[in-house]
Design a protein around this ligand. Structure first.
Ligand code: TYD
Length: 212
């Protein structure tokens, strides 16, 4: 059986991932492609618990980049084993909101963690299950912060960091896409144009990914 595709949506909070993943799902389902939408950190009960733990510790300033890396990868391994690997082998494609690429951007670049360690641990945990593509929604730091401030409820401590942190993240993602970080296929989409324009660009990218 042909393997499903493993596609990651990346970008800072407020880049529009949620809206665009919904669009991507509808677009691919109309073409008869079997798929599953999931998110990181979480996606399965055990990993959702780790997500809560990370958020609590970060909120209270009790965890630095190394601890965060360890916990994010622990959650990721549970998610890979339970959700990603079995589905892909059954021919079901995965669209995920974030993956190990987020750990590189957040814990590596923004939190100042050791990038070589993140690369090494990625090799161990991701094993042969590397994403087929990463779609980066690129927005500038001001735009992301403005969009986030309009949200009613946001209990994500990573979103409460200031403009400097956000700027580091935006730069990190741009650099990672430029360098094909992790040996991955990156596609950059301008996330500041209209929702419809972003969707159209994503449809084009998805066509490319699925024609391979
Ligand atoms: P999420 O709900 O995905 O946020 P968003 O709506 O902004 O995408 O929450 C995940 C948060 O955790 C997000 O702020 C980024 C952070 N994160 C990391 O710092 N490292 C990681 O490896 C992952 C997967 C997420």
């Amino acid at each position: 059986m042909e393997r499903g595709k493993f596609i990651v949506f990346e970008g800072v909070g407020g880049s529009g991932k949620t809206t665009q993943i919904k669009h991507a799902k509808e677009y691919l389902q109309e073409k008869g492609i079997r798929l599953l939408v999931t998110r990181e950190p979480g996606g399965v009960e055990s990993a959702e618990k780790i997500r809560e733990l990370i958020f609590n510790l970060k909120e209270k300033n009790l965890i630095g980049p190394e601890g965060q890396v360890a916990l994010f990868f622990a959650a990721r391994k549970l998610w890979l084993d339970e959700v990603v690997t079995p589905n892909i082998s059954e021919g079901v494609s995965i669209l995920t909101d974030r993956s190990h690429t987020s750990t590189a951007a957040y814990q590596g670049y923004a939190e100042g963690g050791d990038m070589n360690q993140i690369i090494e641990i990625s090799k161990v945990v991701m094993d042969e299950h590397l994403p087929d593509a990463v779609i980066l929604l690129d927005v500038n730091a001001q735009c992301a912060i403005q969009r986030k401030s309009k949200e009613q409820k946001d209990n994500d401590p990573f979103d409460k960091e200031g403009i400097e942190y956000m700027q580091k993240l935006v730069n990190a993602y741009r650099e990672m896409a430029r360098d094909n970080w992790g040996g991955l296929d990156w596609f950059v989409v301008d996330g500041e144009v209209s929702v419809k324009q972003v969707s159209q660009e994503i449809s084009r990218i998805l066509d490319k990914i699925f024609e391979k």
